[in-house]
Design a protein around this ligand. Structure first.
Ligand code: HEC
Length: 156
């Protein structure tokens, strides 16, 4: 009982100290904080969206496209420098939603099996595509949910 009270007290005073410190610090570094929040909103995908994209990649895409994004030659295409990914972003998102069977794109290689549908929401598909656009050496820019909001999601 005594030990528990002590722990609770210590914890409470730690929170107190933390709050005091952060208030004081906040005043001192006020100018730096303002600079950060004033960055343009369209600078790119949020950290949250990138984290979601990474999670989806590691749960789903990695099986075929491999941990380095390079796929397996003639079986699963590489995502590194992929012309389709980099230059046809809406179609890339569409393919993650509905699979590759019905996506008409400038594909140069015919793969033995199509890519199956991967996710069920525009948010998830955009997160996954923004993740692969900016990893494995790709610096492919990004796409917004707004840009793909009219892409129909096929029932399955
Ligand atoms: C079951 C295996 C498999 C999984 C899982 C998979 N893909 Fe694919 N992916 C393929 C195949 C096969 C193709 C080629 C399809 C075609 O061209 O018809 C492809 C093509 C692509 C392309 C186009 C690349 C190019 O240059 O043709 C992109 C982009 C892509 N996948 C992204 C993803 C993302 C992102 C995920 C995870 C959300 C994912 N894929 C999950 C098999 C898979």
């Amino acid at each position: 009982m005594k030990t528990r009270n002590y722990i609770v007290l210590t914890f409470a005073s730690m929170i107190g100290i933390a709050m005091m410190t952060s208030c004081g610090g906040g005043n001192k570094t006020g100018s730096t904080d303002t600079q950060v929040t004033e960055e343009p909103a369209a600078a790119g995908p949020s950290a949250e969206q990138m984290a979601l994209g990474e999670k989806i990649f590691k749960e789903k895409c990695i099986v075929c496209h491999q941990a380095n994004g390079q796929g397996i030659p003639n079986v699963f295409p590489t995502l590194v420098g992929s012309d389709f990914l980099l230059n046809q972003k809406v179609l890339a998102v569409t393919q993650v939603l509905n699979g590759s069977l019905k996506v008409v794109a400038n594909k140069t290689v015919k793969y033995p099996a199509p890519m199956p549908p991967q996710v069920g929401t525009h948010e998830e598909a955009v997160a996954a595509i923004n993740y692969v656009l900016n990893n494995f050496g790709n610096k492919g820019g990004f796409i917004t949910v707004e840009e793909v909001k009219n892409v129909p999601i096929d029932p399955r």
